[in-house]
Design a protein around this ligand. Structure first.
Ligand SMILES: [Zn+2]
Ligand SMILES: [Zn+2]
Length: 111
């Protein structure tokens, strides 16, 4: 039997995640847990002018973190040069400051 806690926990430090606007965040290490669709939307909003953007992931070889939702090992990927962890079903985990870096890099790359 698989036990699933209703509250999602930080894959880094096991702190309970708190709501942070469109995302959920860890108040201890500053990590962010965001749905892929929301990430894509925010990346698109960074483009001037705004335009549709495909998220370009590259495979990265690191130790996998567990998904905060389903506890499956997440895929370790690279998004705009930033190492991130992604669960196909639930979203993308960004360590502190990584999300801001992804947004910044995505805008820079297409400028
Ligand atoms: Zn944390
Ligand atoms: Zn998951």
């Amino acid at each position: 039997m698989i036990y699933r806690d209703e509250r999602e926990q930080c894959p880094r430090c096991s702190t309970e995640l708190i709501d942070a606007r469109a995302a959920r965040g860890c108040s201890t290490c500053g990590g962010l847990w965001i749905g892929v669709g929301d990430v894509q939307e925010m990346v698109q909003q960074m483009q001037t002018p705004q335009r549709p953007m495909e998220l370009t992931f590259e495979i990265d070889q690191r130790t996998a973190l567990a998904c905060p939702s389903c506890k499956d090992p997440m895929r370790t990927l690279n998004l705009y040069g930033v190492p991130i962890d992604s669960c196909v079903k639930h979203g993308i985990w960004f360590d502190a400051k990584e999300f801001a870096t992804v947004l910044w890099m995505s805008a820079k790359r297409t400028a």
